[in-house]
Design a protein around this ligand. Structure first.
Ligand SMILES: *Cc1c(COP(=O)(O)O)cnc(C)c1O
Length: 517
């Protein structure tokens, strides 16, 4: 063995090496982010509804887009000095407590650091032999997610770019099972007879996945929802019977744990029982809502879920009965965008759809590790270390910390919902979990549009607008009146008192005379 030798003298980069500039520049970046995360309301006097900074308009770009690529490089710190104010002023604040327009949540600072680390490590999780430890961390992270939401039967899966990618991957795996000659024949003769089912409130990733699989819009049967936007098992049973009589082949049911439009949770246990009886693959789209099932494990959790229209998430026969579940850590688990989890009851169905044996990956030693490589289990080949920020975040918060954040969101939404119901200025539409729809009592469509425009101009809050399917409709009508939508996903920043004041602050922005009495 070698003697202990003094380490070689440090040979840092030359003083004029542009890479040196990254150290202070990186610190400036972290400091700016930290300040932003600490005080999202900087510049706004606390509790004051006075006009603030306008929400950045999408078309208002303070950049010279015709500038050519610079020929000579520039020091990184000077670049960041210029880029930071541009980015911080030019993008909507990620963690403003009244940024309620979309289900886009503020990010956990631990995950921001995890992302930097993952980027620097450049681990490629496509092949186990390139990054075995990272693949094991991904597997542990997925197991923790299943444990968190009380779905121990979901034994593995993948982290992908989001709920859409997770759902699409599940649909392809389910199709491979539904079409026995999948690898050779594709859809084969069964293709035109295949029919999938979902409610009128389903997300458009499903339409897209079926279209790209060659099934077209005819391959999806959308079913009407009840007044709370939930799929009715009786309606599904009737549609299944009619389709079977017509010679069609039902193969997939997509149910929701939190619809995108209004947070609705379908009756999961009843749908799961029906899917099992009928031999359908049950995919639960819990991209937004599945994490809230974690609250079931605490005293009062089932009541809290029931009070916000999500009793089905407290049922141990809900999520746990899925063949596949999509859950977006980049929503209610506060991860950086680009992190969607797919969990499966039989993860071994993924390689049936995805496995290939490329001639350029000939260095594998099959006997040493019989588990298929992640690149053989999904659509991506090179795969980033999405698990690292999430793995660190889950441990930093612990299950208790995660539940505290989820609880704060539901309590904030409950306060907003109660204040909207009590407000003379607004009427409420459907709403569950952290999502609530509402509209001005007077003034129709024009009042909805004017309120959104005033909020964009004064920056007090951000809301969005949705169209929802009415009774007996299988898709929302293109000219249906819009509902305003508020999505409470601010984590522990979802203060109930602040959200309870919002209806009055919004009413002050309606035209005089439309506020009711
Ligand atoms: C957000 C969402 C999706 C899409 O997920 P992405 O992460 O944006 O791809 C799908 N379904 C539901 C119910 C969602 O809320």
């Amino acid at each position: 063995m070698s003697q202990t030798t003094a380490p070689p003298p440090a040979q840092g980069p030359a003083a004029d090496d542009p890479a040196r500039a990254w150290a202070p520049a990186g610190q400036a970046l972290v400091a700016a982010l930290a300040a932003r995360l600490r005080d999202p309301l900087a510049g706004e006097s606390a509790g004051n509804a006075a006009p603030g900074r306008a929400w950045p308009a999408p078309g208002d770009i303070p950049l010279d887009l015709s500038a050519p690529l610079p020929q000579a490089g520039r020091p990184a710190d000077a670049l960041l000095d210029q880029a930071l104010p541009l980015l911080l002023d030019g993008l909507p604040p990620p963690d403003h407590p009244r940024a309620l327009a979309h289900i886009t949540a503020p990010v956990d600072p631990v995950a921001v650091l995890g992302s930097l680390l993952a980027a620097g490590l450049q681990a490629n999780l496509g092949l186990r032999r390139m990054a075995g430890l990272a693949c094991a961390i991904e597997a542990q992270t997925l197991a923790w997610l299943a444990e968190l939401v009380g779905a121990p039967a979901l034994r593995g899966g993948l982290l992908l770019g989001g709920g859409s990618a997770a759902g699409q991957t599940a649909v392809w795996a389910a199709l491979a099972r539904a079409c026995p000659g999948w690898h050779e024949e594709g859809l084969g003769a069964r293709g035109p007879r295949l029919v999938a089912y979902a409610s009128a409130a389903s997300h458009h990733w499903l339409d897209r996945a079926l279209r790209l699989a060659g099934l077209g819009a005819r391959g999806l049967r959308r079913l009407p929802v009840d007044a709370e936007q939930r799929l009715q098992p009786e309606a599904l049973a009737r549609a299944l019977a009619a389709d079977r009589r017509a010679g069609r082949i039902p193969w997939l049911l997509v149910a929701h744990a939190g619809t995108v439009g209004s947070g609705a949770v379908d009756p999961l246990a009843a749908l799961a029982a029906l899917a099992r009886r009928e031999g359908l693959w049950l995919h639960i789209d819990g991209a937004y809502g599945a994490p809230y099932a974690a609250l079931r494990a605490e005293p009062g959790g089932a009541d809290r879920l029931a009070a916000c229209g999500a009793a089905a998430l407290a049922d141990p026969d809900g999520l746990n009965q899925a063949d596949s579940l999509a859950l977006d850590p980049h929503k209610a688990l506060h991860q950086p965008l680009g992190c969607g989890a797919l969990l499966l009851r039989r993860p071994e169905t993924l390689p049936v759809a995805f496995a290939d044996a490329p001639p350029y990956y000939a260095d594998a030693e099959p006997a040493a590790d019989p588990a298929p490589d992640p690149s053989q289990c999904g659509p991506e080949n090179s795969r980033p270390f999405r698990a690292l920020p999430l793995w660190l975040s889950l441990q930093a918060a612990g299950a208790q910390g995660l539940r505290a954040s989820l609880r704060a969101e539901l309590d904030g939404a409950a306060a907003l919902r109660a204040a909207l119901h009590a407000s003379p200025a607004f009427v409420c539409g459907p709403g569950a979990l952290g999502v609530q729809t509402f509209r001005p009592r007077e003034g129709g469509e024009a009042a909805v549009g004017r309120l959104l425009a005033r909020l964009r101009a004064d920056g007090h809050a951000a809301l969005s607008a949705v169209r929802l399917a009415g009774p007996d409709e299988t898709t929302p009508a293109a000219d249906a009146p819009r509902w305003l939508r508020a999505c409470v996903v601010q984590g522990r920043g979802s203060a109930a008192e602040r959200l309870a004041r919002l209806p009055a602050e919004l009413a002050a922005r309606l035209d005089p005379g439309t506020v009711g009495d």
